[in-house]
Design a binder for this molecule. Structure first.
Ligand code: ATP
Ligand code: MG
Length: 140
């Protein structure tokens, strides 16, 4: 099966605790390859646009404030079934529901400060990659 791509964010709770390498190691151990990566400080407008689907949810404003509370690392990951593989290694949204060995079980602080984002479909992966990266930044 051909390799596909997904989009990942190492969230501010993880960058704050110096876990960029530890999280990335879990992704690589899961068979995913980091084909693009950059550390950025998101603006409020960028975070609101990124999480636009959640605009009506009660946690939206808190989530946006959390996502701009410190730097994040945005990444493009490549591998077989990349979207699903990444969701598996991330674990459930709420760390108390996450399976042993997953990134969120190991590192997440709360349902909000849950260390990583991962795209939930191939279609959204393409949209999210294009939101943060130019084609020239995807060097493989
Ligand atoms: P992500 O989209 O970040 O990969 P997810 O797909 O597991 O996570 P979503 O339902 O898309 O979860 O929610 C997006 C993010 O919003 C979550 O990762 C979490 O940071 C936050 N969030 C979700 N549900 C809640 C909640 N009930 N209370 C507070 N924050 C929440
Ligand atoms: Mg999601």
């Amino acid at each position: 099966m051909a390799a596909t791509r997904t989009f990942s964010i190492i969230k501010p709770d993880a960058t704050r605790r110096n876990l960029t390498g530890a999280v990335t190691a879990k992704l690589e151990e899961a068979g995913l390859r980091v084909v693009a990566s950059k550390r950025i400080q998101m603006t409020r407008e960028q975070a609101e646009g990124f999480y636009g689907v959640h605009r009506e949810r009660p946690f939206f404003n808190d989530l946006v404030s959390f996502m701009i509370s410190g730097p994040v690392v945005v990444q493009v990951l490549e591998g077989e079934n990349a979207v699903l593989r990444n969701r598996e290694i991330m674990g459930a949204t709420n760390p108390s529901d996450a399976a042993d060995g997953t990134i969120r079980k190991l590192f997440a602080e709360s349902i909000e400060a849950n260390s990583v984002h991962g795209s939930d479909s191939d279609e959204n992966a393409a949209i999210e990659i294009a939101y943060f990266f130019t084609p020239e930044e995807l060097v493989g």
